[in-house]
Design a protein around this ligand. Sequence first.
Ligand SMILES: [Zn+2]
Ligand SMILES: [Zn+2]
Length: 144
Amino acid sequence: MKTRRNTIQRRVLLEEIRKSRRHLTAAELYETVRDRLPRISLGTVYRNLEILTESGEVSRLGVAGHETRFDGVTERHPHYRCRVCGRIDDAEGTFSVQIEADIAAASGWELGAPSVEFEGVCPACRASTGARPEGTRPPGDTVH
Ligand SMILES: [Zn+2]
Ligand SMILES: [Zn+2]
């Protein structure tokens, strides 16, 4: 039964996305699930990711110029994004985010929770290129 097989595939994909803290790309996810779903194709992985994103079970994360990554944690949480390799990690710790309430009020916008992303260079890329994070700003300054 085709529908049933699709449901199982989607459930396994969702499980693996939730299990991984690495924010997998479609290709990485495909490699990960091949043990459990030997007959799955990369196209099927893409199609299911589309469905899971639309239903709100996973969220899509992008770094300009790099492959889209998928996150099984859909509540807002802070991320580190590497501008060199596109890696995305969950940012650990507590952050104090200063919101300029006056500016929001003046703009007439009703704002939701802030989404916090720190763009920079990951430890692996720093080690291999000697790159230094440029334009490093205090955490309170990086709300988008
Ligand atoms: Zn990197
Ligand atoms: Zn995340």
